[in-house]
Design a protein around this ligand. Sequence first.
Ligand SMILES: [Zn+2]
Length: 302
Amino acid sequence: MSEIDPIELSRALIRRPSITPADAGALGVLEDTLNALGFSCTRLRFEDIDNLYARFGTGAPHFCFAGHTDVVPPGNEARWSSAPFDAEVKDGFLWGRGAADMKSAIAAFASAASSAIKKGAVTGSLSFMITGDEEGQAINGTRKILGWLQEQEIEIDHCLVGEPSNPDVMGDMIKVGRRGSINSWLTVTGKQGHVAYPHRADNPIPALLRKLLHLSETPLDDGYERFQPSSLQITDIHIGNPAHNIIPEQATARFNIRFNPTWTGATIEAWLRTQLIASALSSAHDTNLKQSCRVKHFLPRI
Ligand SMILES: [Zn+2]
């Protein structure tokens, strides 16, 4: 059995364009690698998502490597200096979507496992819990694998998550927890009309912009022991108006809040709704408009 080159395995994984929920063969690359090391692999498919659980040995302590093979979309590919799924090595750096988050970590896991197995240093057992659903809804990934593990009465003693968390050099930071996260969609509805007759219309765009500025400029807290201050980030503004001479009826924005343990999912949503009501009263004109806010909790801290 030869040891695994983490760079070459990272490149093989990056060359599979596994943009959530697509797998594009990425889990298969890992499965073949782990099979060759003597792991027994189980594919766990939940709805449209492929996941992989692999175990070497059965004894305790049971050490688990956890991670994901899916990646976020590459954005405008023309802006990349090399194609996002080519996995080129240039100037001592590996370039590609997933190089940081987190195919290289999975390759490092496999390389570490191969070294330990080769040296006979595995006294308990090792496992890999790898999902294809971390960057998306995260419903059919780790959460469901954990349910499956419980059904199988498999207990994990230690778990290492491969998320990139070192800002400068390898090993300069260890994360001890996870912030809560919610996505919200705010829609302001006005009245459509011709731009030449604005008095007959209600333009929802200025009101939406005022609300977004109010939300993004209002501090949530000053931080919490070992956690950064909570933060609200606007991630999209969608109006979709093809006409240059029409005031649109609706404008929608999406934003995400990452919150520290100062908050729970329920209290952060209550804060958000209070702020929206307060900002609705900040302009006399806004009172003619309607607003609706949809909130989706995503791994909330409870
Ligand atoms: Zn990640």
